[in-house]
Design a binder for this molecule. Structure first.
Ligand code: FES
Length: 142
């Protein structure tokens, strides 16, 4: 029995690779909440947070008055951590990816506490105080 040879063009191979990579990146996409900054903070109801899946995984919080997104990360039963999405290397926006926050520009990687796991970034991400109330979550910005 003769071996069969399968020929695949370079273009087809690259297209398939691109689709696979796109699929992987798509998995890392987090839900986004468009907020308004009021009195130096952002409030998000627990029901809205639940609707976005933010009780199980990080969500991205954006506001017109904020130059950079904030990542709201669930910790423990009812608590949250708010981490700046601005990479401390050169300012690109990090994205949640599994248990890490990854910068698409040069690959800096941070843990969910904002600490550097992999450079070139040298400093941790900025952390914002969070007040977890009974019906809403408040991120204190300034
Ligand atoms: S800007 Fe994030 S790694 Fe360079």
């Amino acid at each position: 029995m003769a071996d069969e040879k399968v020929t695949i063009s370079r273009r087809t191979f690259l297209a398939g690779t691109g689709l696979a990579l796109g699929g992987l990146l798509g998995c890392a996409t987090a839900m986004t909440y468009q907020a308004t900054v009021v009195d130096g903070g952002i409030s998000l109801t627990r029901s809205e947070l639940q609707r976005l899946g933010g009780t199980d995984k990080p969500i991205v919080v954006k506001a017109d008055d904020l130059p950079d997104p904030i990542l709201l990360i669930p910790i423990g039963e009812n608590n949250f951590r708010a981490v700046s999405g601005r990479c401390t290397h050169l300012g690109c926006h990090v994205r949640p990816s599994g248990n890490f926050l990854v910068c698409p520009c040069h690959g800096s990687t941070f843990d969910l506490e904002g600490q550097v796991v992999r450079g070139p970034a040298q400093s941790p991400l900025e952390i914002y105080p969070v007040k977890a109330k009974e019906t809403e979550i408040e991120i204190i910005i300034f």
